[in-house]
Design a protein around this ligand. Sequence first.
Ligand SMILES: C[S@@+](CC[C@H](N)C(=O)[O-])C[C@H]1O[C@@H](n2cnc3c(N)ncnc32)[C@H](O)[C@@H]1O
Length: 209
Amino acid sequence: MLDTPKPKGDRYYGRTAEIYNRKRIKQKWWHIEHEEMRQLLEKLPRDLSVVDIPFGTGRFVPLYHDRGYSISGLEISGHMIEAARNDLGSQFDGCDVKIGSSIDIPFADQTFDLIVSTRFLSNIITYADACTSLAEFSRVTRRYGIIQLGHNVQTTAKPGPDQTMDTIMSREDVDKLLAEFGFRAIERRLVLEGPAEGGEMHHILCEKS
Ligand SMILES: C[S@@+](CC[C@H](N)C(=O)[O-])C[C@H]1O[C@@H](n2cnc3c(N)ncnc32)[C@H](O)[C@@H]1O
């Protein structure tokens, strides 16, 4: 079995939450992710309801406002939600952000038009939890997903249930996985190459099938 980095889901508290944006803003791919997200959202209708999981610091909230969306989020760390409130100021007002886990989403079936999930399924939680989260994403969403996942352009491997997915699966296997949970991948935007050899991260625009 290929090694993958350990899940990082329990780190986002205290000072890590406080300085999350300040650190990330120095990363080139943070800005690429933003621009690719902006372009993908422009392909979708205006005035959708979106849920962003994990909400983190609410980095895409200004883009959602530009599209006239009603905005919800789910995030396991109250400290990250606090950081979002501080960073976003009045843009946070009206966002319905709950504390909770992606493996048991506290929203009713088919509540949202769109689920957005970035920097999460590949590295923050295990493959087993990523699969449960995808099932939950699908349950609460009616129409679209923009889901960030990695794939490998050279090899393919299946992660063990306690491993992270990282970028070890092939693109075809990632598409099959999404399809198992009712998400048909219709467009990919490259946001990061590496760090593993042949690894790439993409925002994947999906339609519910
Ligand atoms: C790398 S950050 C990504 C945040 C945001 N989506 C972004 O792109 O900046 C990972 C986030 O996942 C949250 N998290 C970890 N496990 C979670 C879970 N099971 N359900 C919801 N949020 C979780 C962490 O608290 C952290 O805020």
